[in-house]
Design a binder for this molecule. Structure first.
Ligand code: ADP
Ligand code: ZN
Length: 218
C-alpha cells in the first residue's frame, strides 16, 4: 500500500503519518524529517536545502525528488509507504507516479487532512518538537507531562527555526500556491480521501483509519 498524506503545515500530517504507518506496518517517509536529519550530519544535500527551509520556501524539485526516490528503493519500503510532506508540487507527484509505475506499483490513496487556516497558524506558533523522535507538542493544546521533555522518549523539546510567525506565513503561502493544486490532481485520479483534521489526535487518527479501511474494502 502506498499512501500520501496531504495537508497544510500544521494540519497534523506528521503526527498522524507516524502512528498510522506503525499501525499498518508501512514505512514512514517524511521529506521534512529527512532534510532535518541531513542538517545534523552536515551533508552536501543539507547545505543545499538549508537556505530554502530557513525561508519557508520549497527545496528545489530535483534535490527533493532524488532524495525521496533513493529512499523508496530501501527494502523496508517493499511492503508499502506512507509519504508525509512529499509530493508537494505537481512535478514531484509526477516523478513519484513514474518511479512507482516502473516497479509495477502506484499510489493507492491520498489522505487529505483538512484544517482551517486560522487553526493552522495557532497550532504552528505554539509547536515544540522532540529532537529525538520528532513527536510534536503544543504548549497549550497538547503540552508534555514534564516541561521541555518528550513523553515518549524523554528527548529534549525544541522549537523549529521555521516555526517563527514570519516563516509560518511564508510556508502557508507556498502551500496554497504549490501544494494545494495536488488536491485536485488526486481527486481527478479518484484517489482523494478527505478527512477533517480538527479535534483530538486520536479522533483524527480514527477518522483516517476508518476512511482507509472503507477504501480497501471497496
Ligand atoms: P511542514 O509540513 O510543517 O511545513 P516539513 O517538515 O514537512 O514541515 O517541511 C519543512 C521544510 O522542508 C519545508 O518548508 C521545505 O523547505 C522543506 N521540504 C520538505 N518537504 C519538501 C518537499 N517535498 N519539497 C520541497 N521542500 C520540502
Ligand atoms: Zn521523543
Amino acid at each position: 500500500m502506498y499512501i500520501v498524506f496531504l495537508g497544510a503545515p500544521g494540519a497534523g500530517k506528521g503526527t498522524q503519518a507516524a502512528t498510522v504507518a506503525e499501525k499498518l506496518n508501512l514505512a514512514h517517509i517524511a521529506s521534512g524529517d529527512m532534510f532535518r536529519e541531513a542538517q545534523k550530519q552536515e551533508t552536501e544535500l543539507a547545505k543545499q536545502a538549508k537556505v530554502y527551509m530557513e525561508k519557508g520556501m520549497l527545496v528545489p524539485d530535483d534535490i527533493t525528488i532524488q532524495m525521496v526516490l533513493e529512499r523508496i528503493a530501501a527494502p523496508d519500503c517493499e511492503r508499502g509507504v506512507i509519504f508525509d510532506g512529499f509530493p508537494r508540487t505537481l512535478e514531484q507527484a509526477k516523478a513519484l507516479d513514474e518511479a512507482l509505475g516502473k516497479q509495477g506499483k502506484m499510489i493507492d490513496s491520498v489522505v487529505y487532512i483538512k484544517v482551517a487556516e486560522a487553526e493552522l497558524l495557532e497550532r504552528l506558533s505554539g509547536r515544540w518538537i522532540c529532537r529525538q523522535c520528532q513527536t510534536p507538542y503544543h504548549m497549550v493544546n497538547s503540552p508534555p507531562q514534564t516541561p521541555g521533555k518528550c513523553d515518549r522518549c524523554g528527548g529534549e523539546l525544541y522549537q523549529r527555526p521555521d516555526d517563527t510567525p514570519e516563516t509560518v506565513k511564508e510556508r502557508l503561502k507556498v502551500y496554497f500556491a504549490e501544494t494545494a493544486p495536488l488536491i485536485d490532481h488526486y481527486a481527478q485520479a479518484g484517489k482523494l480521501l478527505e478527512v477533517g483534521g480538527e479535534g483530538g489526535v486520536d479522533e483524527v487518527r480514527e477518522r483516517i483509519l476508518a476512511s482507509l479501511e472503507k477504501e480497501t474494502v471497496k
